[in-house]
Design a protein around this ligand. Sequence first.
Ligand code: SF4
Length: 437
Amino acid sequence: MDITVFSPGIYTYGAMLIGGVLRDAGHTVTLTRTPAVPAGSLLVASLFSTQHLLDPAVRNLVRTHRERGGKVYVGGPVSAVPEIVLGELGPDAVVVGEGEETIVRLVSEGVSPTLPGIAYLDGDRPFVTPPAPPAPIDRSLPLIPEDIGSQSVRGASAYIETHRGCIGGCTFCQVPRFFGREVRSRDLASILTEVRAFRAAGATRLSVSGGTGSLYGSRDGEMDPEAFIALLRGMAEVMGPRNVSSPDIRVDCITDEILDAIRAYTIGWVFFGIESGSDRVLRLMGKGAKVRQVEEAVERCREHGLRVAGSFIVGYPGETGRDYEATKDLIAALCLDDVFVSSAEPIPGTPLADLAVKTPRDQNPAFVPHTGEYRTLGLTESEARCFDMMMHADIFRPQIRLVTDEVYATYLAEARKQGQDIRAATELILRYGRART
Ligand code: SF4
């Protein structure tokens, strides 16, 4: 069968994986980042953001393809709440959860109430079949597009999936809900075969994906630093250490050996999801770490000669002005090499989505009008904090970045865009009356 796998904007690892699985099942598969599909091709849309469900280009693609008689299946992280996908896009079916085995059966057998792991409309009512078991962690090569070398996502051509699941329970994150809290790691030889294939296809830098990198090889909640070090060493032997990154890591999942390996076998950066400088907010977020641990982890990385980036979330429901100031103080004290700021986004199926739905609008920073320093800009409280934090972070870098008029306008537009997206996601969740599967 002729199949087009559509991954909006970027070739995600998940889309490449589904492409590879379908190719190995004997189909002719094309992977595309643009919303176009030839008539007669079966469309598999791999969607990773709630915003894709609201994107006119994606909606139009699904609608017109079905009007031409084509079939459309949707999978990926948006499948966490399949009723929303069915209601917004109206595909023939949604592949729910880990879809590698389900999609192959769906393509060959068609929609059926006896096929586990799918959802579809029965008349105008959503019908969700029982969940499929987690897919096997080892599998054949992904479908690697010829132009993979042209892609740069935070500097990497692709994020290789080395393991699934995360021991964490952060309320805003989908990883433990989608893949579970038990870590399942791939065989090292299989990962390295894949790394060689990416390199042969022109990938210039590869990164370790999977929530928090150093959990690779862990069992029963116990880390296995040797497994993670062997992974980095193996990737560096293929790609060269300047072409490997291992960015995302928990502050409580580092050891001296791990940091030495990151220094030796990667570009030498660590990326911590710090989120807040308030222990109270970190508790609300279920982060499982305290500000003191963040400070110690950053210092330890520096002792190992690493550069450290951190991400922060503002406008979490319940975040007070005092909590926000504590986060600004932490950014000033840490003097990070790079900082990423985002407003708290409720992803359907996460506890944060539940919280956003339960929080009255006049108490939700995503909706409350800002009345402070930036009141003339017409921002909400979370937009104002996001904008303010981005400018604040620039002052406290090792090399100060000047906030020019252009930078100011860029940050303001970004804060506004995030605010709009978050309100749209919240409205969507409210419309469907539930946030969790
Ligand atoms: S540690 Fe990272 S991957 Fe794990 S739940 Fe928290 S945010 Fe998600």
